[in-house]
Each structure stands twice: as structure tokens, then as C-alpha cells.
Design a protein around this ligand. Structure first.
Ligand code: DGL
Length: 280
């Protein structure tokens, strides 16, 4: 039976398939420290990048419902795979039934909006999970705003496991970092801007910078998502009024609490308390 959702203001929900969304959350908190946040990581079922449309949609909808039940009126899908495969359907088909006053936003549109002023050659590359690349969400969103930009994509299936297994700094990671960059750039010699279209990839930034040829700009999405959210709340005071402001952040995971705390330390510079939740 559907639960009645509270109309009392609540925190902003930030959802990711695992830890990667913490890179987005930290930029959002830097930009908007006054708000309260609930971070929800579906760590027990990560990765999403290799899963089908149906499953990513089902899991993401469960997470959105959970965050709504926890009092969020605004939820950010801080996961490119979820943004690519579930956001549109949730916005169009589910929100009208769940609560038309609540909002769910993704990370692809805010990332794409900045591209037009960054690329000079009008040739852009996207590095992301297999699911995000296959969805064609980046080329579709880029072409809506900038029809003249030529987009090439390359899936990097080994990058998320490198981060999740604490191998981001290891010399063994070099082979896979270089491999996907070289493959992407060999598709189009004129690429001057590369989007890191996965929330885990900023953790690989030192090595990505090392293997990216000079002169190619790397777009890491956290700051753009944070800036876009600030702008959104400014343009939508009715939604901002439903977001509480005590500067607090709560962390939830579908995995064991201890495991989340241990692994999240690579992403955060603070001691956190974590609550386990069940998504269904
Ligand atoms: N956080 C996901 C993304 O941004 C990557 C991790 C996963 O495959 O679940 O696409």
C-alpha cells in the first residue's frame, strides 16, 4: 500500500548506485553548505553500469521512493547511469502519481550545459559506464543544446572496479586508464574536451590527467552539478522552501554500515555515521 508522504520540509536527497555520488555530494555541500542532505548509496547492488534499463529504472525508483519517505522533496540522481536510464521515466510517469510537487533531477543535463562554452573545436568525447554510453544520453542531450557539436563516447568498464577496490593510485591501474583514453581519442582526432560522465572517475583524476594529451580539457561534473543546483533553488523558491537548512548530512546504504564507512573514507575527509536501509 502506498504510504502518505509528509508535506513537512526535509533534507535534499542525493542518490547513487554506490560511493561515486559522494564526489557530487561534496561539491554540492561546498556550494550549498546551509542545506541538509541524505546520501543514499545502493552499495549492495552496485554496479548499475552493466545492468539493463528495466533493472536500473526499478532500483532507482525504489531509491527515490525511499528518499521521499525519509522526507526529501528534492532528489538528485548523482549517478549518470541512473540519470541516463531512469530519470526521464520517473519524471514523466511516476512523479505525477507519487507527488507532483516533488522533484527529481539528474546530473547529465547540468554537465552538458557547460560544454558549449568549453569546446572550441566542437568535438567532444565522453568517458562513462557501458550503460551510460549505450543509452546515448550524452549525445542526445548535447545535440538538444548544441546541434553543431560532434560527440564520441567510450565505455570504461574497468574504471569503477579500480576505484571500488582501492586501486585508483596503483601502477596496475595505468594500463586501463591509458587504454580507454587512447581508444576514445583515436575515434576523433579533433576532440578538445573530454567529459568524465561517471561519478567515480574524479577519483582517478591524477592518472587521467597524466594520460590525457596536453591541450585537452577534462570536465569533471561535480562543480557543474553543484552550480546548477544552486541556480535551480534560486529559480524555484517554492522547492527551496521545502528543503531544511541546518547544515546536516546523513548517510544511508543498502550494504553493511561498517563496509560503507571503510570504503567511503576514500571519498570523504570526515567521520560519518551511517544507517542501513532496505530498498524494495
Ligand atoms: N555511479 C555510476 C555512474 O555515475 C557508476 C557506478 C555504477 O556502475 O554503478 O554512472
Amino acid at each position: 500500500m502506498k504510504q502518505k508522504l509528509s508535506q513537512i520540509p526535509g533534507p535534499i536527497g542525493v542518490f547513487d548506485s554506490g560511493y561515486g555520488g559522494l564526489t557530487i555530494l561534496s561539491k554540492i555541500r561546498e556550494t550549498l553548505p546551509q542545506y541538509d542532505y541524505i546520501y543514499l548509496g545502493d552499495n549492495a547492488r552496485t554496479p548499475y553500469g552493466t545492468r539493463s534499463f528495466e533493472i536500473v529504472y526499478e532500483f532507482t525508483l525504489q531509491a527515490v521512493n525511499k528518499l521521499f519517505e525519509m522526507g526529501c522533496h528534492l532528489v538528485i540522481l548523482a549517478c549518470n547511469t541512473a540519470s541516463a536510464k531512469a530519470l526521464r521515466t520517473i519524471q514523466m510517469n511516476d512523479l505525477p502519481h507519487l507527488d507532483p510537487q516533488r522533484r527529481v533531477l539528474g546530473v547529465i543535463r547540468p554537465t552538458v550545459e557547460c560544454i558549449g562554452s568549453i569546446t572550441h573545436s566542437r568535438h567532444v568525447g565522453v568517458l562513462a559506464t557501458a550503460g551510460t554510453i549505450k543509452s546515448e544520453s550524452y549525445p542526445m542531450e548535447i545535440h538538444k543544446l548544441f546541434p553543431d557539436i560532434y560527440v564520441s563516447g567510450e565505455a570504461c568498464p574497468m574504471w569503477v572496479p579500480l576505484v571500488e577496490n582501492n586501486e585508483a593510485q596503483s601502477s596496475g591501474a595505468d594500463y586501463f586508464i591509458q587504454k580507454y583514453i587512447d581508444t576514445l581519442l583515436s575515434k576523433d582526432q579533433q576532440i578538445d574536451t573530454v567529459i568524465l560522465g561517471c561519478t567515480h572517475y574524479p577519483l582517478l583524476l591524477p592518472k587521467i590527467k597524466h594520460f590525457m594529451p596536453d591541450g585537452i580539457k577534462i570536465v569533471s561534473q561535480g562543480e557543474y552539478v553543484a552550480g546548477s543546483l544552486k541556480d535551480y533553488l534560486h529559480r524555484h523558491p517554492e522547492i527551496a522552501a521545502k528543503c531544511t537548512q541546518n547544515g546536516k548530512c546523513t548517510f544511508c546504504t543498502t550494504e553493511a554500515e561498517e563496509k560503507f564507512i571503510e570504503s567511503a573514507s576514500a571519498f570523504l575527509n570526515e567521520d560519518i555515521t551511517v544507517k542501513r536501509v532496505v530498498l524494495e
